[in-house]
Design a protein. Structure first.
Length: 450
């Protein structure tokens, strides 16, 4: 990175950043309080609130959102008449999944092979630290030239909409000229990237019942309708032979006209096993950023160990459907539920329940804020040009903010490049990405102030 005072300051702050990220990662802040204590999330929120107060933020508050979680808010006033920038991150994390699959403990930040491992290191506790680094660098080099609002969400990973509802009820709170969402990522390590589209999502829980109770498979199997087999039929109907998503009535022919994603690079990033083919048709970018994608997140059925010879009376699954910009998530939910009803065999009883939803998002990449960010990233990443990419994931708050503040410019950056393995075991962040993106954000704020 070329030498400049902001970059030098950020570099000097990296040991502190690592120590703070370790403290934040240590909180088991999964916003599913049936799995993890609510106190862990509350402790993480308090840690962030204390950090904001230490940096001179005023009006710091723990916001009790309608879904029973807390979001952390703070305001740092800039010069009189300055623009206002909202910085977003979330401190809640995905469950660690199989802790035995982690090389080091998931809630203990561990340095290995040049990366820092831990749940939330990239998604998105690292984003909280990125914002703090950028502001500290500016304060050490002439001051923060804009008004800053920070919001750290407490339930983004759950899709329960707490902060969206809170923002709708208090529309003045998060109003800003520009919003920087620190929950996306570079296309690859070292390639500065802004995300211009996000897929929306819906989560649907399906239950199928066929019998009053389980039956002996020898005595009744072959005639008694098996609920688990019926569920398998339904789930299989959601994909074509090539693996493309096939929800009746849902368009799956979209194309992507931005940065392309080479198939071999994707295979490497996704760690696809040798000899296993990719699913779907069209380019990889089409499939990831411009088309719907269904995923079975979980099935309630007996484990293999301890299974009994039974015809099953009932079975459940949780289905995720990602939808591209231009597709209304509520309409997609209705189509998915209707598809499940239509494709349930044998007259089995089926019920569906929506348990989460978020709309897709498309940014205006021609706005002045994007030029300010491009100039900043050119300094933070010498020799590289800022790229525009889509993101297959969802950040439901983006559309809420776009609806509340239609004049605001929204940029998505972050630490979740492919090697980060967010939502999987052995999640990690590359410290150089944290350093460079913190420099980029600081320089952006200076550029944007004009």
């Amino acid at each position: 990175m070329s030498s400049n005072p902001v970059a030098e300051t950020v570099a000097s702050l990296m040991p502190r950043a690592k120590a703070e990220l370790a403290e934040l990662v240590a909180f088991k802040s999964v916003a599913d309080f049936t799995q993890f204590p609510k106190s862990e999330s509350e402790a993480a929120a308090s840690w962030i609130a204390d950090a904001l107060r230490a940096e001179g933020f005023v009006d710091v508050a723990l916001l009790d959102t309608p879904d029973g979680t807390q979001s952390v808010y703070g305001y740092l006033p800039g010069p009189e008449g300055a623009k206002t920038v909202l910085l977003y991150a979330h401190y809640d994390v995905q469950p660690p999944l199989d802790e035995a699959g982690w090389t080091s403990p998931p809630f203990e930040l561990t340095e290995r092979d040049g990366r820092w491992y831990g749940r939330g290191a990239a998604d998105c506790k690292g984003g909280v630290i990125m914002h703090l680094l950028a502001l500290r660098a500016l304060k050490a080099n002439g001051g923060v030239p804009v008004n800053i609002k920070i919001i750290a969400e407490g339930s983004e990973e759950q899709g329960t909409g707490g902060l969206e509802r809170y923002a709708e009820e208090h529309p003045e709170l998060l109003e800003a000229d520009t919003i920087v969402i620190g929950d996306a990522g570079n296309f690859r390590v070292g390639l500065p990237t802004v995300t211009t589209t996000l897929r929306g999502m819906t989560l649907v829980r399906v239950r199928i019942d066929t019998l009053a109770g389980n039956l002996h498979s020898g005595q009744f199997g072959g005639a008694a309708p098996d609920a688990l087999a019926a569920l398998v039929r339904v789930l299989d109907s959601l994909r074509a032979e090539d693996g493309s998503t096939t929800v009746d009535g849902l368009d799956a022919t979209g194309t992507w006209d931005g940065l392309e994603y080479a198939e071999e690079q994707f295979r490497a990033d996704a760690k696809v096993l040798d000899g296993v083919g990719l699913i779907g048709d069209g380019s990889v970018a089409d499939r990831l950023w411009a088309r719907p994608a269904v995923t079975v997140l979980g099935i309630d059925c007996p484990p293999v160990v301890g299974a009994t010879p039974s015809v099953h009376a009932g079975a459940r699954a949780l289905i995720s459907l990602r939808v591209p910009p231009g597709v209304d998530a509520a309409e997609a939910t209705k189509l998915l539920q209707a598809h499940i009803q239509t494709h349930t065999p044998w007259g089995a009883r089926v019920t569906t329940e929506q348990v989460g939803q978020g709309q897709a998002f498309r940014a205006d990449a021609t706005s002045p804020a994007y030029q300010a960010m491009a100039d900043a990233m050119a300094v933070a990443y010498p020799g590289e040009t800022m790229q525009y990419a889509g993101e297959g994931g969802s950040i439901p708050l983006c559309n809420t903010l776009a609806g509340l503040y239609p004049q605001a410019e929204i940029l998505l950056i972050g630490l979740s490049e492919p090697e980060a393995q967010i939502h999987a075991v052995n999640e990690s962040v590359h410290p150089q990405e944290l350093e460079r993106l913190s420099v980029a954000e600081a320089l952006f704020l200076r550029n944007y102030a004009g």
